[in-house]
Design a protein around this ligand. Structure first.
Ligand code: GDP
Length: 442
């Protein structure tokens, strides 16, 4: 059973708009006019952290007009609320808290279901007159504009800790296809590698439907999993002689990087890491894609024993500092040596890329890292309040701290590395969003 979230509130506060926003429907399902009764509406809403929730719009719930609203509908709404994992109580921020909001809040509180207070129409608020009233209800509070799509991320952030993790069955139902791009400067052996992969792996579909003629993907099966090799046509299209082949290939690669989960960053074993390689790898890193470094043409190395490879890998990662701990594979597209490991590593990084860390574990790891090395502070020590994972593929985390401004990037990197170690996230880009004191109103 997926998690259930009920949306509650008096008429006209924007429940339907929020419902449509969360379920990504374009148009309103129902009119939200005062006193208009309707049946409950339910739909799937995709969770940024993966999976989905069943969202229930308890449209008939309006305690202060029992005369007009059949008791049955009201009771139904209350049952939906009691059965839900969480409730979003919507109020109108432009009007402030009114008595019927309080009544609804009380009824909802009695069901025992945890509540997030969504103060809607925040865009139309000209004063923060009502903040104290809203806060006085004692629920975690989020400001949003359902109409303009503002604050929706924050709403999910507040909801996520109240919801059960998406269950394994749900995740297993749609084994996500792993999209892999092969990138690197010209002549490192990308097309040779692509040809090898197409020769060695089982090709499921050589032209994935839906891709345009210029951008042809190939669907492979690796260890029983589907891997989509992106833009195989672009990789194999050989260097055009006359004008700007490099510019073209960079543009093509950028498009593939955007669509990829994992990028194979291909280097030439003899040349080592050049400035252009660093540029490509930097772009992949900025785009937030998982990485496997492929050192190709390993057949040309004088020494290729395990120790030599280990040292060479360290040299490579030393030059690409942001790719710390990234898996490095040595290949020869010419002889085929090592090629079979490439997509296996990609799958491993792909699984780490889809990691979902429980809030408890996340906070335990970050807290202990924080205590080992507190951030350099001024007069008052900066405190870590709370952290939560807000997205996966790539994993993104929000940290609530007492910092007045930004934390130093080297400290953020330290935290990232702590997570990377604790949860085996080699090759995975980790993103933190920091919420300090300064952003708060009031
Ligand atoms: P791309 O521009 O990155 O796609 O590179 P290509 O795949 O076209 O390869 C560039 C050149 O390097 C070609 O002459 C290939 O034959 C050669 N090459 C590719 N992989 C290897 C390898 O593993 N070992 C050796 N010795 N040569 C390779």
């Amino acid at each position: 059973m997926p998690a259930t979230v009920a949306i509650v509130g008096r008429p006209n506060v924007g429940k339907s708009t929020l419902f449509n926003r969360l379920t990504r429907r374009r148009r309103a399902l129902t009119h939200d006019l005062p006193g208009v009764t309707r049946d409950r509406v339910a739909a799937d809403a995709p969770r940024p952290a993966g999976g989905s929730v069943v969202l229930v719009d308890t449209g008939g719930f309006e305690p202060d007009s029992e005369a007009q609203i059949p008791r049955m509908i009201r009771d139904q709404a209350l049952r939906a609320i009691a059965e839900a994992d969480a409730v979003v109580l919507v109020v109108d921020g432009s009007q402030g808290l009114i008595p019927s909001d309080r009544e609804i809040a009380d009824s909802v509180r009695r069901t025992g279901t945890p509540v997030v207070l969504a103060v809607n129409k925040a865009d139309r608020r000209d004063a923060d007159f009502a903040d104290a009233d809203f806060l006085g209800l004692g629920f975690p509070m989020v400001m949003l504009s359902a109409e303009h799509g503002r604050g929706i991320g924050e709403l999910w952030e507040a909801l996520e800790p109240l919801l059960p993790a998406p269950d394994e069955e749900e995740a297993a139902e749609q084994p996500p296809e792993l999209a892999v791009a092969i990138v690197g400067r010209p002549n490192v052996g990308k097309s040779s590698l692509a040809n090898r992969l197409l020769g060695d792996e089982r090709v499921l579909v050589s032209e994935v439907p839906g891709t345009t003629r210029d951008v042809v993907d190939t669907l492979l099966e690796v260890r029983g999993r589907a891997v989509r090799l992106l833009d195989t046509a672009g990789i194999r299209r050989k260097g055009r002689t006359d004008r700007g082949p490099e510019v073209l290939s960079v543009v093509v690669a950028r498009k593939a990087i955007e669509r990829a989960h994992i990028c194979l960053v291909v280097l030439d074993a003899v040349d080592g890491v050049t400035a252009q390689d660093a540029h490509v790898a930097g772009y992949v890193n900025e785009a937030g894609r998982g990485v496997v470094v492929v050192v190709n043409k390993a057949d040309l190395l004088e020494r290729a024993d395990a120790r030599a490879q280990k040292e060479a890998a360290e040299r490579v990662l030393d030059k690409l500092k942001f790719l710390r701990d990234t898996p490095v594979v040595f290949t020869s597209a010419l002889t085929g040596a090592g090629v079979e490991k490439v997509l296996v590593r990609a799958l491993e990084v792909g699984d780490a890329f889809a990691v979902k860390v429980s809030t408890g574990e996340l906070n335990r790891v970050l807290r202990s890292a924080w205590e080992r090395h507190p951030p350099p502070g001024g007069k008052r020590p900066v405190r870590l309040f709370y952290a939560t994972q807000v997205a996966s593929r790539p994993p993104r985390f929000t940290l609530f701290t007492s910092a007045k401004g930004e934390l130093h990037f080297s400290y953020v990197r330290y935290l990232e590395n702590s997570l990377r170690e604790a949860f085996s996230l080699a090759g995975v880009p980790i993103r933190f969003m920091m919420r300090g004191q300064h952003g708060r109103s009031g």
